[in-house]
Design a protein around this ligand. Structure first.
Ligand SMILES: Nc1nc2c(c(=O)[nH]1)N[C@H]1C(S)=C(S)[C@@H](COP(=O)(O)O)O[C@H]1N2
Ligand SMILES: [Mo]
Length: 165
């Protein structure tokens, strides 16, 4: 009886864990590796767009130095993404499809800071249009982010993040 109870609890815990980070059903757009504790692909966490949509959503309405006028960027805050993979706010190394890479310090993993955007004015972004993922900041709300170092962290065509200690 005791054994049965223990087995039931372990099974319940295992399925709850799996529900926390589902398997992607669509194309993988982001791989998170390094210091993560929620994984669904070996020692990594992989995400499709649907999985990103299931996380807390944030929208910034801002201008950028790369676009004309004011636009809406919707996606997942770096802080919420780190929580989804079971990490504390941390320094990350973020890399684009073309291997362009930049470090994003843990201080940027806050509301207003680094946002992994997958919608631009409500539309998904093609690779040609800096998609499918673009790290953006709420520049108009916090002009302190209007610096060359933050621009260097504004990685378009993001495809992987390594979580450091
Ligand atoms: N994928 C990708 N994102 C990137 C870069 C890049 O080369 N590739 N350059 C970064 C740097 S260092 C800056 S300053 C800006 C450069 O934007 P610009 O080339 O339009 O001036 O984008 C950032 N994001
Ligand atoms: Mo730059």
């Amino acid at each position: 009886m005791k054994l049965f109870t223990a087995a039931t609890i372990i099974l319940a815990a295992t399925s709850a864990y799996a529900a926390d980070l589902p398997m992607p059903t669509g194309e993988t757009v982001l791989t998170v590796s390094g210091n993560v504790s929620q994984m669904n692909d070996g020692d990594k966490a992989v995400f499709d767009i649907e999985m990103l949509q299931a996380l807390p959503q944030t929208t910034y309405t801002t201008t950028t130095i790369w676009t004309e006028g004011t636009h809406e960027f919707t996606g997942v805050l770096l802080s919420d993404l780190l929580a989804a993979v079971g990490s504390e706010p941390a320094l990350v190394n973020a890399t684009a499809i073309n291997d362009y890479a930049a470090e994003i310090p843990l201080e940027d993993a806050i509301p207003g800071g680094a946002l992994v955007a997958y919608l631009f004015d409500g539309e998904q972004m093609s690779i040609r249009d800096k998609g499918p993922l673009w790290v953006v900041y709420n520049w108009d709300q916090d002009p302190a982010y209007k610096t060359e170092v933050v621009y260097s962290r504004s990685i378009w065509q993001l495809d992987r993040i390594e979580v450091k200690e």
